[in-house]
Each structure stands twice: as structure tokens, then as C-alpha cells.
Design a binder for this molecule. Sequence first.
Ligand code: ADP
Ligand code: MG
Length: 617
Amino acid sequence: MARIHLLSPRLANQIAAGEVVERPSSVVKELLENSLDAGATHIEIDIENGGARAIRIRDNGRGIEKDDLALALSRHATSKIDSIDDLEAVSSLGFRGEALASIASVARVTLTANTEEQKEGWKVECEGQDMQTRLEPAPHPTGCTVEVRDLFFNTPARRKFMRTEKTEFKHLEEVVKRLALSRFDVAFVLRHNQRVIHNLRAATTIQERERRAMMVCGSAFMENAVHLEMERAGLTVSGWVGLPAFSRSQADLQYFFVNGRVVKDKLVTHAVRQAYRDVLYHGRHPAYILFLEVDPALVDVNVHPTKHEVRFRDGRTVHDFLFSTLHRALAEVRPQDQLEQQANVREIEAGSDSQLESQIHQQAPMNLQAATQSFSNYSAYAPNTPAAGQVQEQLSSYQQLPPSVDSLDAQANWASGNDEVQEIPPLGFAVAQLHGIYILAENAQGLVVVDMHAAHERTTYEQLKQAFDLQGVVAQPLLVPVSIAVSEREAACAEEYQEMFAQLGFVVERAGPESLLVRQVPSLLRNADCDQLVRDVLSDMLAQGSSDRIRAHINGILGSMACHGSVRANRKLTIPEMNGLLREMEATERSGQCNHGRPTWTQMSMTELDKLFLRGR
Ligand code: ADP
Ligand code: MG
């Protein structure tokens, strides 16, 4: 049998490296976090060959003293915590003192640094099985440069796992993007094979921040996002959420930060998804950049070594806060907000000066601010919201569109060049119907195209939901109560939540240790499979403490009623009817997408039309 012996420092570090250093992007993450921990405000990242050949990160932080340089490369050496008490209140991104040692065990690392107090800079390299260090003077301004060459040169097995240069760079760029969004106050430059990929100046004003977010996530996202900011009971959430119609096939544009740290957390993801539930196309993913600020004492960010998960002391409250804030923000978006945001983005683009920025955004910059300013007041066009009433009865009235005659006058005024025109409504004036499917309208920017059925279905659905909420649940006793066999735990749960069931129109009673009786259901669900529904609700309650299934079910039914009650394709609409629909869309929550999450309208500006015809302006 082999005798026990101590591992060489290099091997011990390589084993530790298994956790920290997976690929070039993990090296970049660790080094950037070190730079931020050192208080850097300007960080340059140079990458060669996807990071496999070289990663060089240069910062203007505090730097490292000559005598500490060698120590920085050894394991469990950190300047960030001293005692277990510090761990409780740790605010730095790193603190394990493992990253540099791990990286140095699988790559050729040079650390060059200088501090405010020192006269000259010093450089350290480490080599050999025992990771001895060699120190020599090297000029360097205050700050630190870490160079990592030939990653995994001595661990061929890991080297084999590296993907193409392009893929590795993508991962690494993602890391830079995340940190760039978490620290607007720090300037980042990212180069790949000497080409500048991102040049992000420090951003302080809201405009500058919006600009950085746009450069990181693209102008299409920003054009289709709403800014939000909300504070309640010590929680603050701010950022941008993508409109539902701007959904993605992948969850690749989702940035969530808790107290400035990137977080991928189940609770958070669930709250966000739920906020989009009623408006997102099936199987699509929302896009967002969100910052949550919580009292640090109420959140544990050190649950996991890669620190993407968090543990909230009061998860329920955080979940509800996120859900309700986003839900509201998405509901409140109106066509005019969307048009304003697009104009806003174009203005930011127009203000961009560097070459790089125009490379990223091919769209020609233009200024539509002036054009949208006149939209500040459109309330004159808002149709009456339906008051409470029987949902069913109400439905029949929707088959007809309330014509808007005011619009006709306003349009005539506008056409005649009358200066005393009232404001032009955001979605403009209807001019024609196309193939019985689309409404064409003219607004200040140019052409608006509306999917007639989709738009009407949505406004009807929103009105039905509103009527349903106002009127309260109409329930109906069952002639023959339905008996359901459940587990004892479920039966107890049903008892406990009897009140909640009652609010939703259900009367669920315990009939025995393992059986329940459903005596009453909401009228709307009289034909639904209530047995299954109650079971599902109970399993939700047991697993996550809440359930929105009944409401989802009711919404589903209102949705299909709305579909049947809306104008069908090929129905000829009069111009006033079309205008009526446009005005209704402007006044209705979530009218920007149909019940399935597809957009209900789109805008083509005059500039875009001109481009089609190569017409200069
Ligand atoms: P940790 O970040 O967990 O402390 P690291 O191995 O990443 O461990 O870094 C070790 C130490 O080296 C840090 O605690 C810090 O004192 C120093 N250090 C690393 N990078 C920098 C940097 N860019 N600027 C200043 N000090 C640094
Ligand atoms: Mg570190």
C-alpha cells in the first residue's frame, strides 16, 4: 500500500483549481472581481485567442505592495477577511484567497503592481512544482496587471475541454457584460486579438447608464424595454424590463443583481416569469436587467462558491415584491411609452461618438424626440372603461367595436394642415384595412400596422378580466358535491387554506382524514376538471406556499371567451370602428401583445420607409 505523503503545492492548488478555474471566462471573472475589490475605476481586458493564449487585466486599483506580491499567489492568502466575524459582513467579491493560487497552478501567471506609497513597481512570476516565486522590479503605475498565459498548459485533460476561440470568447464577454452592468461607475475596455470589442465609459447620469445598458444588451432591447424603479418596505428594485413581445428563444438576456452581485436564483426567476405569465408567448423567455437592493443582513450571498445563488431571509416578501412590481410595470405600458422609448434610444444612439458604437448598431441614428413630444396628452381619446357587469352579458357587446368619431374630426383637421389640431394620438388615425387582417394607420412618425384580431382579442380579454375582478367571483353550488381522495397532508392543507379557496369561489371541506368534498365552484369553471384543479392547487401550496392555478385557469377561460368575442379576420371595419380599436389599445393595459404574446402592432417610421425607397431627407 502506498504511504501517506503531502501533495506538492502545485498539485494541491491544481485540485483546488478544479472548482474555480473551469475555462478562460472563469479566470476573467476572478481577476475582474479582484480589480473591483481593489477599488479600480478603470479596467482594461486584453484577450488573445479566446483567452487560451493570454488574458491580461490591467487596473488602476490600490495595487499590491512588493512584500505581498508573492503571498498574493499562495493559497488561502487574502487581504479581505481576518476572522470568522468578517465573513458575516463580507462585502468584497472574493475572500477565499484561492483564485490567484489556483490560476497560477494551471497557467503561466505574472503579477505586476505598484502602490501609491512605493517608488517603483514590482513583478512576480511563479514556477515549478513548489510554485516558487521570482520577484523583480518592473515599471507600473499605481494599480495591478495580471497576465495569464497558456491556460491549462500543464493539465492536458482540461485543455481538451476548451471550445473554439469564438465560444470561449463569448463566455468571457458575458462575464464582462455582467460585471459592467453591476458597476456603472467603472470604465471597462475589452479587446480581443487587439480589436476593441467594448469600450464602456463610466456612467453616472440615467442617460449614460441607459447608454451602457444599450451597448451591452443591444439597441433592440432598449427600444423595447421599460424603465422601472420601485421601493417598498426596505426593498428597492430598479432597471429595465423587456416588453413581452420582445421575448427571446433563450434565457440569454436576463440580468439580475442583488446588492450589486450577479444572481441566478430560482425564487427570483420564478417571480419574474410569473409577472410575464399572462403576456408571454409560450416557450419564450423575457429579457431584463434588474437590480434589487436589500438590507445585507436579510440576504446571504455566500451560499455557493460561484456565488450565483442567494438566500433571502424572507423569500416570500421578496417574491411578492418582485412579482407585483414587474406585473404592474408591464401592465402599464402603452403604445405612447413604447414610441417614446424608441425615440429615446435613437437619441442616445445619435449621441454616440466612437466608431465602435456605430459598429454595434447598424441603424442610422435619428431624432424623433420632437415628433413624440406632442403625445404627452392623449386622454381625450381614451374610451370608457366597462364598468362592472356580468362578464357573459358584456361579451356580446364586444362583437361590435365602439366607433371613434372624434378621431375622424381630428384626422380631417390634421390632413388640412390646421395648426390648432389636438394632439395626434400615439397610434394615429386609421386609413385603411388590408386583406381583412391588418389596419393601416397614419401617426406622426409614419405608418402603424395593427393586427386587428390580435389587438381586439387582447383589449377584450383585459376588459373581461377587469370586469371579473370588479364583479367578484360568481360561484355556483354543485348539485352533487365532488369527493376527492387526497393524502392526509393535503387534506390538512385544504383545511388550512379554506379561506383562500372561498375567495376564489370554491367551497372545499374536509370529509375525512384523507378525503375532501368540493361543494361549490366558480361559475366560470363549472365545466372544468375541478377535481384535478384542487389537487394541483394543493400540491402547489405544499411545495411553494402559494398557487395561482385557479386564477390562471379563470384567465384561460376569459381568454378563450375573448377570442370568440373578438372581430374575426375578413370582417370589414369602417374607419370609425378602426379608430375605435386604436383608441382602445392606447387605453388598455398590456395591449402591446396578443393573448399569446405576439405583438399586436408595429411602427414603420418615415425614415424607415424612406430608406426602402432610397430617398434621402
Ligand atoms: P481573494 O480575492 O479571495 O482574496 P485571490 O487569490 O483572488 O483571493 O487574491 C489574493 C489577494 O491578492 C487578494 O486578497 C488581494 O489582496 C490581492 N489582489 C489580487 N488581485 C489584486 C488586484 N487587482 N489589485 C490589488 N490586489 C489584488
Ligand atoms: Mg479574488
